[in-house]
Design a protein around this ligand. Structure first.
Ligand SMILES: *Cc1c(COP(=O)(O)O)cnc(C)c1O
Length: 397
């Protein structure tokens, strides 16, 4: 691959500019967690901040904490104030302004919780929020009202009540563990949770939503993979937004998960100045396929407080999907969705390929803009039916 910005290859950035103390510790995930960049003083040791960022860091202290693993921090281009990695994790002053359309709980989760920590919106599946902590914090987090532990609201998962609800609700056949990031738990704790879920006969399918493979690939140890493997069918949805995030360490971590038989999907968020072009999205989805990850959803950014500088119009997302569909591998094209404000669930948004619907036919366009008619089926005429019956009878005699 060409080492350009949108197509950088699987390049390791370790340990990069990190001080010498990192030598020998880089691949230890506990070292990575202990050395996260989580204060203004720490951040200024590594990076020349803009005024907009310095004010943002001061604001973040009581909204959504800043925390960046050394692994992810090293992907930042130190010379580029508009670096797409930087925009995802370093707070900016714009976070302090709530646009009129923005809310604290954009997907209406709090009103769909039968038990605190369990969101039951769809008939057959639930979202189980198992922790409020992540390895690093995304500035556009849809759950920033409860995540990171510095805001006014707190996640209060009621474990026993949640398990009892799941045991007593047979229509739930699919449980999605999220948070926060479930892969921050120890292997033993995750094993206990998965074992408890697997003991419920009607739960067929379990998945984990995690950005750990991107923020902290060192956490994806052979021991973790061996434990997860006991709980199949288990899927994992990762969260990657930019091709530069797919380093050689990340590719290897994803390979270990795939080798454990875990089908991998990716959920991206469409973000202004991060991945709002066909070129970057195409480089991202191609690299994901090379890591054995199927692009699953591309989310329109939720209407979360302080996110207007990161959001795009919906039309920009539709144009990106048009730029992918037909132009590249079908497996590489995610479903573009908007999580319905207030609690509508995920609504698929597609370019319109039906040009006209008339009686007896539809008129379509393809990815190149060429026009095709597709007719409805013609019922077989009764006379033809009788003629064929006579013919068959004659042969049989
Ligand atoms: C996203 C989500 C799910 C899972 O949806 P899928 O379309 O099956 O991936 C389930 N519950 C809630 C509340 C969700 O937000």
């Amino acid at each position: 691959m060409r080492p350009t910005d949108s197509d950088p290859g699987f390049i390791s950035h370790a340990p990069g500019y990190w001080p010498d103390e990192a030598m020998g510790h880089w691949s230890d995930y506990k070292w990575q967690l202990r050395h996260r960049v989580d204060s203004l003083a720490e951040l200024e040791k590594h990076l020349d901040l803009t005024d907009v960022e310095r004010a943002g860091v001061l604001l973040a202290g009581h909204k959504l904490a800043m925390s960046i693993t050394p692994h992810f921090f090293n992907l930042i281009d130190r010379k580029d104030p508009d670096c797409p990695i930087r925009r995802q994790v370093i707070p900016r002053i714009e976070e302090g302004w709530n646009a009129p359309e923005e809310v604290a709980d954009p997907c209406g989760e709090d009103s769909h919780m039968p038990v605190p920590g369990l969101v039951h919106r769809y008939p057959d599946r639930v979202l189980f929020l198992v922790t409020d902590r992540c390895a690093s914090y995304c500035r556009y987090c849809t759950r920033s009202r409860v995540v990171s532990g510095v805001g006014e609201q707190h996640l209060e998962t009621q474990w026993e009540a949640a398990f009892r609800y799941l045991e007593q609700t047979p229509q739930v056949r699919d449980v999605l563990l999220s948070g926060g990031d479930p892969l921050l738990f120890s292997d033993e704790r995750l094993d206990r949770i998965l074992t408890r879920l697997r003991a419920i006969p009607h739960i067929q399918f379990v998945r984990i939503g995690s950005r750990i493979p991107i923020f902290l690939p060192q956490r994806v140890t052979p021991e973790l993979c061996a434990m997860l493997k006991k709980h199949h069918p288990l899927f994992i949805s990762i969260h990657s937004n930019h091709p530069r995030e797919l380093t050689s360490e990340v590719r290897d971590a994803l390979g270990r998960l795939a080798d454990a038989g875990i089908p991998l999907g990716n959920q991206s968020v469409l973000l202004r100045g991060v991945n709002d072009s066909v070129e970057i999205q195409q480089a991202l989805v191609h690299k994901l396929l090379m890591c054995r990850v199927r692009p699953y959803y591309l989310y329109q950014c939720d209407l979360i407080h302080g996110s207007s500088h990161l959001r795009t119009s919906v039309a920009e997302g539709v144009a990106i999907i048009e730029g992918l569909r037909g132009h590249t591998t079908g497996y590489a094209v995610p479903q573009f969705v908007i999580d319905g404000p207030g609690g509508g669930g995920k609504i698929p948004i597609n370019p319109n390929y039906i040009v006209e619907t008339a009686t007896g036919r539809v008129t379509l366009r393809n990815f190149e803009g060429n026009i095709f008619d597709y007719p409805d089926p013609t019922p077989m005429p009764a006379a033809e039916m009788e003629r064929l019956h006579r013919e068959v009878t004659a042969h049989a005699g």
